[in-house]
Structure formats: C-alpha cells, structure tokens
Design a protein around this ligand. Structure first.
Ligand SMILES: CC(C)(COP(=O)(O)OP(=O)(O)OC[C@H]1O[C@@H](n2cnc3c(N)ncnc32)[C@H](O)[C@@H]1OP(=O)(O)O)[C@@H](O)C(=O)NCCC(=O)NCCS
Length: 194
C-alpha cells in the first residue's frame, strides 16, 4: 500500500530545530544549502506519519547567471530515497511554482545537466523551458537555468498576453490572505451617498 503523504507549508526561513530536521534529510547540507535556507520565502515539507520525508523551497539567493527580472529560485528539493517515485517531488514542485508565480517574481530553477531525475521532469513539463546553459562554479560542468513559461517575463518575450488562467488550489502567503473588512464607523453604515 502506498504511504499517505501530508504536506505542510511555511512562509519563512527555517531556523533552529526545524532547520536541523530539514538539513538532516539531505546528504550534504553544505554552506550553499544553508545560504538558500537563509533566504527561503516558501518551504514545502512532505511528511509521512509525522516524519519529514521531503523538502522543497523557493528562495532569493540566486547565484546562477540568469537574465530574468526578479528571479525566485525553486531549489533545495530533496526526497528521502525510500520515498522516491511516488510523485512527492511532483507535488512539492507544483506548490513552489504556484507560490513563486503568485508573488510576482520570475520562477527559475537550476539543474545540473547530469541529473537525470530532474532533467527528464523539466524537459517533459510544458510549464518550464531552458533559459540558458552555463558552467557550474563549483562543478565546472554544464548547468541549465530553466524558467517558468507562465512567468510574465517569458510570456511577454513570446509576444503573449502576460495573463495566465488562475491555478486551482492557489497557495497564498498569509500576508496576502483576504483581510476581514474594516468595521464601519457610526456615521458610515447607511446607504445615503455623500
Ligand atoms: C529528484 C528527486 C527530488 C525526485 O523526487 P521524486 O519524489 O522521486 O520524484 P517524483 O516521484 O515526483 O517523479 C516525477 C517524475 O520524475 C521522473 N523521475 C523521478 N526520478 C527519476 C529518476 N531517478 N530517473 C528518471 N526519471 C525520474 C519520472 O518521470 C517521474 O515520474 P514516474 O515515476 O511516473 O516515472 C529525488 O530523486 C531526489 O531527492 N534526488 C536527490 C536530490 C536531487 O537531485 N534534487 C533535485 C535537484 S535539482
């Protein structure tokens, strides 16, 4: 039977015990990992029976030579090896993209060209297209920056209307949630125009 996976969202950089738990998921929580975590705007965590089994973030610590305006990088994606090929990345990637688009940035993601598990996914998706290839600063090997085809930057460059249909289950940050209407003052609760 397939495990029941739950997802939780956070809109701030993970700190303390939460940062430690997410870092423990990855094989190499190096300085770059923590730099991305420090600049996280959105974190989606996959949980199985309360245990963290996957993480993905949206951050603004962009070091890749992208040309897009206001880049928001979808990175820090990791799924525990025992939980792979269950669609967990698929789910977390959709949540990250919806968040980044809703914040008005240009969603990008950077893929090591050797990473088959990621390359195939982005290559097949109509929601992503390569922006440019460059040589990785650390690896010295080819990396590719992918950009969202739903971003205003891409659509405008393609001569398309920048508007896109609303996504179902749009994830909004707490600050952007609809506010309760302001209470009316004593003289304002009438239908007589001023
Ligand atoms: C890459 C990674 C996040 C994928 O997570 P996942 O939850 O297993 O991915 P999904 O189950 O959502 O896969 C969706 C699709 O991606 C493709 N895919 C996933 N893993 C793949 C692999 N190892 N080889 C080829 N294609 C793969 C498949 O098409 C898959 O659909 P399918 O299982 O129906 O064939 C996971 O393998 C991982 O954590 N790897 C180590 C860290 C890493 O590489 N992170 C990404 C950095 S860009």
């Amino acid at each position: 039977m397939l495990p029941i996976i739950e997802y939780s969202l956070s809109y701030s950089a993970p700190t303390g015990a939460e940062r430690d738990a997410l870092s423990a998921l990855t094989l190499t929580p190096d300085a770059r990992w923590h730099e991305r975590m420090d600049h996280a705007r959105f974190v989606v965590t996959a949980l199985h029976e309360g245990t963290r089994v996957g993480v993905g973030i949206v951050h603004t610590s962009v070091t890749a030579p992208t040309m897009v305006p206001s880049p928001m990088e979808l990175g820090g994606m990791f799924v525990h090896p025992a939980y792979r090929r269950l669609g967990i990345r698929q789910h977390m990637a959709e949540a990250r993209l919806t968040y980044a688009l809703s914040m008005g940035g240009t969603p990008i993601t950077v893929i090591d060209n050797r990473n088959q598990a990621s390359w195939g996914y982005y290559e097949r998706s109509a929601r992503w297209t390569p922006e440019r290839e460059y040589t990785g600063y650390v690896t010295g090997l080819p990396m590719t920056i992918w950009v969202s085809t739903e971003s205003s930057w891409y659509r405008t460059a393609m001569g398309l209307n920048p508007l896109v249909p609303a996504q179902p289950n749009t994830v909004l940050p707490h600050d952007a949630s609809p506010q309760r209407p302001l209470a009316l003052g004593p003289d304002q609760d009438n239908a007589v125009p001023a």
